[in-house]
Design a protein around this ligand. Structure first.
Ligand code: PEP
Length: 249
């Protein structure tokens, strides 16, 4: 079902005590909202986060996972390991995983399938780089990222997919896509999914925008009809900023 979502990707930030303190502040300041609010702390703090948020509606999600069930993959974490501690949503395809850890569309397609096979929800990230936008190739890039990772899924799998369009040039740069650029791309994404699957799937999937969303631009971005929320990096590390963005939805 298409829901409003605000998710905080903490990346490699916050130790155990800092995680606990930020989560306590977030849960105390969480406004009344029908939106789903999620945070993705680092792996080692997931269990602690779950217990700190035990009586909160804030969901704890993972930043990544491996596609294999188990085995000789030093340093990796499987879907079963996440499920076993109580995590059922995972971010896959973040541009930092693609850029710094060599995650190709092929690898990401395997991860998506592995997570869906376990009934996990997948927040799939994708988006063009600056040179793609400058050369007017951004629609092609986005279409191919979606096609390569998601278009051979069963139609029924889409209920567990959340999309996060994150233009790479807007991540952590302070440069935001204008609300019109975000709306234009989100509408294109829905049309692409309509063509590949059907209009019901396209209209039911939540499409988040990510890239320097801050309290001062969130209302305008979230007011666009095809933007269902945001994936937030930097601003999710500051409780008042993150909660201002939650209020904006
Ligand atoms: C992100 O990393 O997904 C992100 C959107 O970061 P920021 O909000 O800092 O641009």
């Amino acid at each position: 079902m298409r829901s409003k979502i605000v998710a905080g990707n903490w990346k490699m930030n916050k130790n155990l005590a800092e995680t606990d303190a930020l989560l306590a502040e977030l849960s105390a300041k969480l406004p009344d909202t029908t939106a789903e609010v999620m945070v993705a702390p680092t792996f080692v703090n997931l269990t602690g986060a779950l217990s700190t948020l035990e009586s909160s509606t804030i969901q704890v999600i993972a930043q990544n996972m491996h596609f294999a069930e188990n085995g000789a993959y030093t340093g990796e974490i499987s879907a079963d390991m996440l499920l076993n501690i109580g995590i059922n949503t995972v971010i896959i395809g973040h541009s930092e995983r693609r850029a710094y850890f060599g995650e190709t569309d092929e690898i990401l397609a395997k991860k998506v399938k592995a997570a869906l096979a376990k009934n996990m929800r997948v927040m799939f990230c994708f988006g063009e780089e600056l040179q793609d936008r400058k050369s007017d190739n951004h629609f092609n890039i986005v279409e191919s990222q979606l096609r390569n990772a998601l278009f051979d899924l069963e139609a029924s799998a889409w209920k567990n997919i959340i999309l996060a369009y994150e233009p790479v040039w807007a991540i952590g740069t302070g440069e935001t896509a204008s609300p019109e650029q975000a709306q234009e791309m989100h509408a294109f994404i829905r049309k692409t999914i309509t063509d590949a699957f059907d209009v019901t799937i396209a209209n039911e999937v939540s499409i988040l925008y990510g890239g320097s969303v801050k309290p001062n631009n969130a209302v305008e971005i979230f007011s666009k009809p095809d933007v269902d929320g945001g994936l937030i990096g930097g601003a999710s590390l500051i409780a008042d900023d993150f909660m201002a963005i939650v209020k904006a939805i």
